[in-house]
Design a protein around this ligand. Structure first.
Ligand SMILES: [Zn+2]
Length: 108
């Protein structure tokens, strides 16, 4: 049986970190609103990078929240596709994964 409490604290820490980072990204993007055109042109490229980081962060947040929901349902640590237990080694690497190694391989 998977040590849910351990992974819950890992996931919650990661979630807090991502949310803090997204907030910084939002603030950075907002602060660019009132600059002159010249500065804006150079910052626009930086903004694209920031937005990309922001959207990959949002995807991860969604996955982490889904994993925390599965903990509430006592389904955490079991593959949502085949129902097999997910190995702890795998959860150590990707604690928010909903799939066992076999199913994840099939999806890629
Ligand atoms: Zn599976």
């Amino acid at each position: 049986m998977v040590d849910t409490a351990k992974f819950r604290s890992v996931l919650e820490a990661r979630l807090a970190e991502l949310q803090a980072r997204l907030q910084e990204i939002d603030e950075a993007l907002d602060s660019h609103q009132s600059k002159d055109w010249e500065e804006l042109a150079t910052e626009r490229e930086g903004d694209e990078v920031l937005e990309q980081m922001g959207s990959s962060g949002k995807v991860e947040i969604t996955k982490i929240k889904a994993a925390l929901d599965r903990m509430e349902e006592d389904e955490y640590g079991f593959c949502v596709s085949c129902g097999e237990e997910i190995s702890e080694e795998r959860l150590d690497v990707v604690p928010h994964t909903p799939f066992c190694r076999n199913c994840a391989d099939k999806r890629t």
